[in-house]
Design a protein around this ligand. Structure first.
Ligand code: NAD
Ligand code: GLY
Length: 369
């Protein structure tokens, strides 16, 4: 592992939409973090009622050296607010403050704030610049990177949105100190994901260093964030709009999204649903003859050690498997009503596959309470 560097940089190469991810113990309060962003008259920080009181003032002070006016919008907190109504509050604020096409939006918070602010930026006046300032582990290793933005629909997770890249991603590792333990575990699900889909050496490293990550060891967190961002940059750089390869980043998400929608948004955290979903997707990979039971057990053990659930919830008292199937058909990867799952088909290799309903039922029945 590299020695902890004050500011580490990971580049997302997307031609004229390229940008840098900055990773360091303190970034929000440093004016230099934002110095090379386009100057403008105004900026709008979008945050929520939990993160705002912790970090908004510091960010606002840094941005005031670059923008004449820095507005602040504080949204309600939670996955259940990732919807049209809350999104509209961002448009209300932009219009109320007379924000123009050069106004820069700053998403200060976890994936919920990041996804909604990004979508608002993609849509307001047909597109204004925005910067991701992720404050959860999940957002630093995944959601702030790669330009997927959007909101949930009652019938399906992240069903309305746009690909829209930020100008920069600012991962201030110091913010992870105030993250609740349950949220840290949720973020670890997306860190673990990168092992089986892309990097066995990283998987080994996570297994060895999981206790350090859970104890918020600064050096371990810095490495996990950087390596995760490097892998995501590698994937997104090849397939920005998910024509193929990028789908591997959805390992565990097909089952996971069904859990989130089926339970009601916010009951299970996104990372919890993904953690459990990865175990279910691994079981499906085994049923398809692509991996063995040792692989599934290895993943299950790591997910469990990270403090995440490995037994799926019942989404229907009568016919649980049918309910999972119904919800999973709404997944964005489905084609013509056929569900396509990310399965593991080799050492650190994943692919998209459909599976007979009977097999999926078997997996759901075996994996759920
Ligand atoms: P979140 O945004 O709800 O944040 C989790 C909780 O932690 C919230 O209560 C939040 O207020 C609080 N919080 C955030 N930072 C904090 C801090 N530093 N200290 C204390 N509390 C803090 O959830 P999340 O796990 O960050 O993100 C999940 C969302 O991300 C889901 O909606 C998911 O669909 C989305 N997502 C998007 C992508 C993408 O590519 N766009 C990828 C993965 C997940
Ligand atoms: N989190 C999945 C993706 O960015 O594609």
């Amino acid at each position: 592992m590299q020695a902890l560097n004050p500011t580490q940089r990971v580049q997302i190469d997307l031609g004229d939409r390229s940008y840098t991810i900055l990773i360091a113990p303190t970034l929000i309060g440093e004016t230099s973090t934002f110095a090379t962003l386009p100057a403008g008259n105004s900026a709008l920080i979008v945050t929520n009622v939990t993160v705002g009181p912790l970090y908004a003032q510091r960010l606002q002070a840094s941005l005031q050296t670059r923008y004449q006016v820095v507005h602040l919008l504080t949204l309600p907190d939670g996955e259940s607010f990732k919807n049209w109504e809350t999104l509209n509050l961002i448009f209300d604020a932009l219009l109320k403050h007379g924000c123009d096409r050069k106004t820069v939006l700053f998403a200060l918070g976890g994936g919920v704030v990041g996804d909604m602010t990004g979508y608002a930026a993609a849509s307001y006046m047909r597109g204004v610049p925005f910067v991701q300032v992720p404050t959860t582990l999940l957002a630093q290793v995944d959601s702030s990177v790669g330009g997927k933005t959007g909101i949930n629909h009652p019938l399906g997770k992240n069903m309305v949105g746009a690909f829209y890249q930020p100008l920069r991603v600012v991962c201030d590792l110091g913010t992870l100190k105030t993250l609740p333990a349950r949220e840290l575990s949720a973020g670890l699900a997306e860190v673990i994901k990168y092992g089986p889909i892309a990097d066995l050496v990283f998987w080994d490293w996570i297994e060895l260093n999981l206790d350090r990550l859970l104890a918020r060891d600064a050096e371990a967190l810095a490495y996990a964030v950087r390596r995760s961002c490097e892998i995501k940059a590698w994937v997104v750089g090849q397939d920005e709009r998910e024509a193929g390869l990028r789908a591997i980043l959805n390992f565990g998400h097909t089952f996971g999204h069904a859990i989130e929608a089926g339970m009601g948004y916010g009951k299970w955290l996104h990372g919890e649903a993904v953690g459990c979903g990865m175990v279910m997707a691994a079981e499906l990979s085994r049923e398809l003859g692509l991996v063995d039971a040792v692989f599934v057990q290895r993943l299950r053990k790591l997910v469990q050690r990270a403090g995440l659930p490995v037994i799926g919830p019942r989404l229907c008292a009568v016919d649980n498997a049918s309910r999972y199937l119904e919800l999973m058909r709404v997944d964005k990867k489905s084609e013509g009503g056929e569900i396509r799952f990310v399965v593991i088909d080799g050492p650190s290799h994943a692919t998209l596959r459909s599976a007979p309903d009977a097999l999926v039922r078997q997996v759901v029945d075996a994996c759920c309470a």
